[in-house]
Design a binder for this molecule. Sequence first.
Ligand SMILES: C[S@@+](CC[C@H](N)C(=O)[O-])C[C@H]1O[C@@H](n2cnc3c(N)ncnc32)[C@H](O)[C@@H]1O
Length: 178
Amino acid sequence: MKWSKEARAHIISGCYAQWGINNKKVLDVGCGDALVSEIISRDLNLDLHGTDILDYRKKDIKFKVMESPDRLPFESSSFDLVMLNDILHHTQNIEGLILEAKRVGGQILIFEDCESMFLKSIDLVLNYFYCRHMPCPLNFKTEYEWIELFKKLNLNYVSGKPEYPWWYPLRHMVFKLN
Ligand SMILES: C[S@@+](CC[C@H](N)C(=O)[O-])C[C@H]1O[C@@H](n2cnc3c(N)ncnc32)[C@H](O)[C@@H]1O
């Protein structure tokens, strides 16, 4: 699965690059094994920090474990921006985590799976084989539902446009919030 993670990391960094985030101090919330974080960080030359409810890093990035799934273990305004890559649909308290991201960083970058039965099924199978420890409520939202949530939280948003290699099967929504 290393090749698919690498491809996903380059799709994410290609999309975030359009927002000029090079050289920023960035927190990756839900960084997981940190393989994707580390590639994004290299592509965009970031000062990378990670956090997750579990520590199963395979890359030695700066890291703090979260003691609560709803609270980021950092002071307010500690980062220039916060990334939430493929994590919100795995959380119970989506609103709370977005507000926490806003508290610790000025801007928020979100990369989320598109909502579809097909993708949900793929996610369930992948999570079963590769991340059995991971909470999996699969709280997918449509683009409309994400945008309604950002409005409710009084966050301004712009949407990004990921570019995919021809063989890549999954599709995503990307947002920058501030
Ligand atoms: C599908 S993995 C994505 C990992 C990594 N961001 C990536 O793109 O490869 C989802 C991650 O979210 C983490 N997670 C689940 N609930 C969380 C929460 N409330 N706060 C932070 N991380 C959480 C899981 O432990 C897991 O590492």
